[in-house]
Design a protein around this ligand. Structure first.
Ligand SMILES: Cc1cc2nc3c(=O)[nH]c(=O)nc-3n(C[C@H](O)[C@H](O)[C@H](O)COP(=O)(O)O)c2cc1C
Length: 186
């Protein structure tokens, strides 16, 4: 895809085909993370690529902040968990940069995947302790987000349609509401 097409067409995907992700695409996704910018180039992120179907199912069933909200990830061929070691990033202006570092890297990964037709969905509604428990993540490491990755189903599931409607996923603010020039003038 052209770069602008990647940005314009990207959307969250919550229903997946039973189709593996080729190793070369996975490698490109990893490389996109590796080359990401970070606070003082400290590269505090750590990514867990979960391919084991039993572990994916466990995450689908037990990782949700509320009940089984993440159940839809069960069909994805892989789930990637974005972690960070806050001690390996830094603070400035009272802002914790491990979150910024990891978010940039994860988004680079998601866009790289999308460029090859692979969908994902950033997940924040998880129970961090449960995710730690399932994946043996130590307590000093933060789980920033995770996402299923896979080829999108053509026909969206009812769940996916419902989430998109509730989240009003297609709606975006007018540019004037989010950008101003020279001085704060909102
Ligand atoms: C920080 C963040 C947290 C999110 N958490 C969830 C989540 O827990 N569950 C979910 O289904 N989608 C989640 N999303 C996806 C958003 O609902 C989605 O990006 C938004 O509705 C816009 O839709 P689009 O990504 O299709 O453009 C999250 C997105 C972001 C960036």
């Amino acid at each position: 895809m052209e770069f602008d097409e990647v940005i314009i067409s990207r959307k969250s995907v919550r229903s997946f085909l039973d189709r593996e992700i080729p190793e070369e695409i996975l490698n490109e996704m990893m490389e996109a993370v590796r080359l990401s910018p970070s606070f003082q180039n400290k590269q505090c992120w750590r990514f867990i690529v979960v391919k084991d179907k039993k572990i994916i199912k466990d995450l689908a069933l037990r990782s949700g902040m509320i009940s089984k909200v993440n159940f839809f990830i069960k069909d994805a061929p892989i789930v990637i968990v974005a972690c960070a070691d806050p001690a390996k990033s830094g603070m400035m202006n009272n802002q914790n940069y491990y979150l910024v570092d990891t978010a940039i890297a994860f988004q680079q990964m998601m866009l790289t995947a999308w460029n090859s037709g692979i969908g994902s969905c950033w997940l924040a509604a998880f129970n961090e302790q449960k995710v730690r428990e399932i994946l043996d993540i130590p307590n000093n490491i933060r789980v920033v987000a995770f996402s299923p990755f896979g080829y999108p189903k053509k026909k969206k599931t009812l769940y996916e349609k419902a989430v998109k409607t509730i989240a009003q996923s297609k709606k975006r603010k007018d540019i004037k509401k989010i950008v101003c020039f020279d001085k704060w003038s909102f």
